[in-house]
Design a binder for this molecule. Structure first.
Ligand code: TMP
Length: 205
């Protein structure tokens, strides 16, 4: 089998501190790490992200198809080539977000989501996923204290965020070897050190 790099993804409810932890892990792993995000990561996929995040009237099926289109381009243009040249890729959200948001929150049949994820990725699955878990009450509170821009999904009611979390927890439960659940109520330093520990364990397997 061809040698390949390592594919790491981060997931979590809004306000869990994902972006900070992505940056901290990237810094810890050295200069040759590719940091990317979904939806996004290539020029076409970033344009799709913009449509996805800024359109007010959008059905959940349209969301799903936009996400899948953005992902197909991202995997082909950016993620697979980086892995083929042995790089470490860290992606901020990936397939598990679609299960949580369009599946558990949006109500689309999970079988359709899994199939579409498979088509868009050509079967590529992360080697390890760090899932930052937090109650949506705390997550949204953290976000409100933060002055950064909140997108259309951040503004949805609490019930929406509860279903997203439920979806993430269901994935963590069904795929425990890949998905590492991290308590995001800890300090950023403690979260980072737990991530490093899990990563070392993964490498030594
Ligand atoms: P971000 O908060 O990580 O920047 O992600 C942007 C939004 O996109 C976030 O609210 C979650 C949403 N999203 C989905 O709904 N489905 C997906 O598959 C992905 C990757 C993101």
């Amino acid at each position: 089998m061809a040698q390949r790099g390592i594919f790491i993804t981060f997931e979590g409810v809004e306000g869990a501190g994902k972006t900070t932890q992505v940056q901290r892990l990237a810094t810890a792993l050295g200069p040759d790490v590719v940091v990317t995000r979904e939806p996004g990561g290539t020029p076409v996929s970033e344009r799709i992200r913009d449509v996805f995040l800024t359109s007010d009237r959008i059905t959940t099926m349209t969301e799903l198809l936009l996400i899948a289109a953005a992902r197909a381009q991202h995997v082909d243009e950016r993620i697979r080539p980086a892995l083929a040249s042995n790089q470490i890729v860290i992606c901020d959200r990936f397939i598990d977000a679609t299960v949580a948001y369009q599946g558990y929150r949006g109500g689309i049949d999970l079988e359709i989501i899994h199939q579409l994820n498979h088509v868009a990725t050509g079967g590529l699955i992360p080697d390890i996923t760090f899932m930052l878990d937090l109650s949506p009450e705390i997550g949204l509170q953290r976000q409100q204290q933060d002055e950064t821009y909140r997108d259309r999904l951040d503004k949805e009611p609490l019930e929406f965020h509860r279903r997203v979390r439920e979806g993430y927890l269901a994935t963590a439960k069904s795929e425990p070897h890949r998905v590492k659940l991290i308590d995001a109520t800890q300090s950023p330093d403690a979260v980072h050190s737990q991530i490093l520990t899990e990563y070392q364990k993964f490498l030594s397997k």
